[in-house]
Design a protein around this ligand. Structure first.
Ligand SMILES: Nc1ncnc2c1ncn2[C@@H]1O[C@H](COP(=O)(O)OP(=O)(O)O)[C@@H](O)[C@H]1O
Ligand SMILES: [Mg+2]
Length: 238
């Protein structure tokens, strides 16, 4: 089929069937999970993130939002249900290893994510781990820090940064891996008004699909007004 024929065929298809043909970036089907010895956190939780989509995930404290994100990333194993990323089922650690190259999670607690002596080393860690040379990794560090307006923090000792500075550096460490999907867990925690505004500007300048956990309705309105509510152990669209 020539490209022109294909375009004509796509143009003739109803919008619904063309969207059905797209592969979800992330699809969760009937997930269940309980921490050992505790009441279940998830039961029959399903959701889908499509290419280019930006969705919020909301729900009360303790509902299981961070737990769900850890399950998506393969950091916790569900007791039931399936996780599919980029059309491929994620079952064993090798599957999650592949998906973690393409999906970046900014943790709720920056201290869980920053572990190198300096900011530059933390940002270079991911690219080096993906096999980039030291020279390439340093170029990425400079590019990402410039993009986020953080070059002044480049050689600072990570654990001495303020809470808000750490949050932006964790975003830098994730963007340095050039993920196709960005997952953010309460990214506005500890941000002052100017960094809050800058984070909105940065996120709105990115191409990635986003899954955003945030209690802040104003922030959600700017980044991802629609999404899923986690309540009663399951997910519903809003
Ligand atoms: N490591 C853990 N071990 C046992 N229980 C946990 C652990 N982490 C979270 N929980 C519990 O699981 C529930 C969901 O927590 P969490 O996913 O952090 O909720 P949210 O992010 O929506 O506030 C809470 O009741 C919390 O206390
Ligand atoms: Mg949480």
């Amino acid at each position: 089929m020539s490209p022109t024929e294909r375009q004509t065929e796509q143009a003739d298809m109803p919008a619904t069937s063309s969207s059905l043909l797209r592969t979800p970036l992330i699809e969760l089907t009937d997930l269940s999970f309980a921490y050992p010895g505790l009441e279940p956190v998830l039961e029959g939780a399903s959701m889908r993130l499509m290419p280019g989509e930006r969705l919020s995930l909301v729900g009360p404290n303790g509902a299981g939002k961070s737990t769900l994100l850890k399950i998506i990333m393969g950091l916790l194993a569900p007791t039931g249900g399936t996780i599919t990323a980029f059309g491929k089922p994620c079952v064993v650690e090798a599957d999650f290893h592949d998906m973690r190259r393409r999906v970046g999670l900014v943790f709720q607690d920056a201290d869980d994510q920053l572990f190198c002596p300096t900011v530059a080393e933390d940002v270079a860690f991911g690219p080096l781990n993906l096999g980039k040379s030291k020279h390439e990794a340093l170029a990425i560090v400079d590019r990402v820090l410039t993009r986020l307006g953080l070059t002044h923090l480049r050689d600072r000792v990570t654990h001495k940064l303020s809470g808000g500075e750490k949050r932006l550096v964790t975003l830098a460490t994730v963007l340095a891996m050039e993920p196709e999907v960005l997952i953010l867990d309460e990214p506005t925690n500890a941000l002052d008004p100017s960094n809050y505004a800058r984070l909105i500007e940065i996120l709105n300048g990115l191409d990635q699909a986003i899954l955003l956990v945030s209690h802040d309705p104003d922030f959600r309105a700017e980044i991802a007004p629609r999404g899923y509510r986690l309540a009663g152990r399951a997910l519903t669209r809003f």
